[in-house]
Design a protein around this ligand. Structure first.
Ligand code: SF4
Ligand code: SF4
Length: 61
């Protein structure tokens, strides 16, 4: 199962991942992206590719 992991130290809260994820995995909470629906991730890596500060890594488990 793919699992997106956010480095909150890097995240600038731009919301790009919230917009590009086709599965609604992320929400912005206190200006940080949080993968609240991680079970829905299909591993497309759009979030990883489009985060402007490389704060997301999609891990394969
Ligand atoms: S890999 Fe795709 S489905 Fe998974 S969190 Fe990122 S954008 Fe969403
Ligand atoms: S795209 Fe990157 S910087 Fe922007 S909210 Fe998501 S994790 Fe944070």
């Amino acid at each position: 199962m793919p699992k997106p992991v956010v480095d909150a130290e890097k995240c600038i809260g731009c919301g790009t991942c919230v917009q590009v994820c086709p599965m609604g995995v992320f929400e912005l909470i206190d200006e940080k992206a949080v993968p609240v629906n991680v079970d829905q991730c299909v591993g497309c890596r759009a979030c990883e590719a489009q985060c402007p500060v490389q704060a997301i890594v999609v891990e394969e488990e």
